[in-house]
Design a protein around this ligand. Structure first.
Ligand SMILES: [Zn+2]
Length: 460
């Protein structure tokens, strides 16, 4: 693979400088405001005469150092940097050492450069449901999300309560005086709608949050001590089709841990078809249908207890692995603006190795990682010279990207700097190659997804 190391020119440092309020008063730019207004602004800027051209630092980004960084990150020693594997930890260490050399303060976990996170993958090993003598079929009669069922379950159930739509709101309560402790609750997905088209809970034609977030209902049932929640899904086939991936267990996701895990704990919950619901309700099926019809006409609803008999077995395995984001901070020099954050990010993880073959990931994304490291170095140097950026700049290299953008997701869930003060994130992915149209002229900003005329050429 041939790499073009001139890509430093592509790094739109000028854009960064402008964005973070770097003082670049010396460059002549086309003006759209009057000269006197410009003069007023210029004279109001402190230090404007003394601050050197930001170009100084842009040009300090050196091709040979970028090449060295890419060679190191993409070397076999880094084993393809797969999240959770040794190679990723070696790469994280290496990046942290770069930040340390620049003199950046360690501001992440326990005063290190690392924000550690855990990923989890839940997969079903056994899924079974039996009503009477009949074995029901997964995805034909019922479906279950592995990530929404924290505990395994093997039990026989006899007592159940039909709780309508399972909603408990300010002016509306499907539970009323029903005691569901230790019982199975059966509820419909969605929310009650009157025959005039309005939804009962909102009193308007708009659905309430109860329709949009089914877990809200499971939370209520869990709080009331239900041992299992069965949700009747009138759109069963469609939902199985659309959620195949989440139902199967393939993906990694941020792991629940500690208190977050406990507060997210839900009673076991299974979606069933209307047919299965009617089998479970047996003789009470008619009564349930009547109650729902009456509700449509604005009559109140009362929970219906019923006897039934079925068995459930849910067994899953949980795999975990650990990743880390690596974070370097260049604190802004402006007293007010330093509380705002400009992020420059890239993922440093790649696909690891399969047997003896290392997927080195030079372009994807040792290149972007090296770009971020060198941008950090330029800002660190500028700051040492007393001309640092006004806003704080956070250079973050994330992992877990190849497994589903999970390092960045984790950061957003557990931010180290306030998200509402984070003004922008510039993410860099794969800057190691020049496309064919620009061969021999690497000085451009590539627009990967748009037509050629949308690509912005610079310095022509
Ligand atoms: Zn990538």
């Amino acid at each position: 693979m041939v790499f073009q190391y001139d890509f430093m020119k592509q790094i739109t440092l000028w854009a960064f400088l402008a964005l973070i309020g770097f003082s670049t008063a010396t460059q002549a730019q086309p003006l759209t405001i009057s000269d006197s207004a410009v003069q007023a602004i210029t004279s109001a800027r402190r230090f404007s005469a003394k601050i050197p051209d930001g170009k100084l630092y842009g040009e300090a980004i050196r091709a040979d150092r970028l090449k060295w960084l890419i060679d190191t990150l993409a070397s076999d020693a880094m084993q393809g940097r797969e999240t959770g594997e040794d190679g990723q930890r070696i790469a994280a260490d290496f990046i942290a050492r770069q930040f340390e050399e620049m003199g950046l303060p360690p501001v992440a976990d326990k005063k290190t450069y690392f924000q550690h996170f855990k990923l989890q993958r839940d997969s079903w090993t056994e899924l079974g449901m039996t009503v009477g003598e009949k074995n029901l079929k997964n995805r034909t009669d019922f479906y279950v999300y592995p990530t929404s069922n924290l505990a395994n379950l093997k039990a026989e159930f006899k007592d159940a309560v039909f709780v309508g739509y399972g909603i408990q709101d300010n002016n509306y309560d499907d539970y009323a005086s029903a005691d569901v402790k230790g019982k199975v609750v059966l509820m419909y997905a969605g929310e009650p709608q009157l025959s005039n088209g309005n939804f009962l809970v909102s009193g308007t034609q708009f659905r309430s949050a109860w329709s949009l977030d089914w877990k809200k209902k499971v939370q209520v049932a869990t709080r009331k001590g239900a041992s299992l929640v069965l949700i009747v899904d009138p759109e069963f086939e469609k939902n199985v089709r659309e959620n195949r991936r989440e139902l199967s267990s393939r993906g990694w996701r941020p792991a629940f841990s500690g208190e977050a895990g406990a507060s997210n704990a839900l009673a076991n919950n299974i979606f069933i078809s209307e047919e299965v619901a009617n089998t479970l309700l047996d003789k009470k099926a008619g009564k349930v249908a009547e109650a729902l019809a009456a509700q449509k006409n604005g009559e109140g609803f009362k929970a219906i207890r019923f006897k039934t008999k079925f068995e459930v077995q849910l067994d899953k395995k949980v795999q975990t692995l650990a990743g880390a984001n690596v974070i370097g901070l260049i604190e802004g020099i402006d007293e007010a603006l330093k509380n705002e954050y400009v992020f420059i990010t890239a993922h440093y993880d790649h696909l690891g190795k399969v047997e003896d073959v290392v997927y080195n990931g030079a372009d994807d994304n040792a290149s972007g990682t090296s770009g971020v490291i060198e941008i950090a170095r330029a800002f660190a140097q500028a700051k040492k010279d007393g001309v640092g950026p006004k806003r704080s700049v956070v250079c973050m290299l994330v992992s877990g990207e190849e497994k589903g953008l999970l390092g960045s997701e984790f950061y957003v869930d557990f931010p180290l700097f306030p998200l509402d003060k984070t003004v922008v994130d510039i993410n860099i992915d794969m800057i190691g190659r020049i496309d064919e149209r620009h061969a021999g002229n690497p000085d451009y900003v590539r627009d990967r997804f748009g037509p050629p005329e949308f690509g912005v050429a610079r310095n022509q």
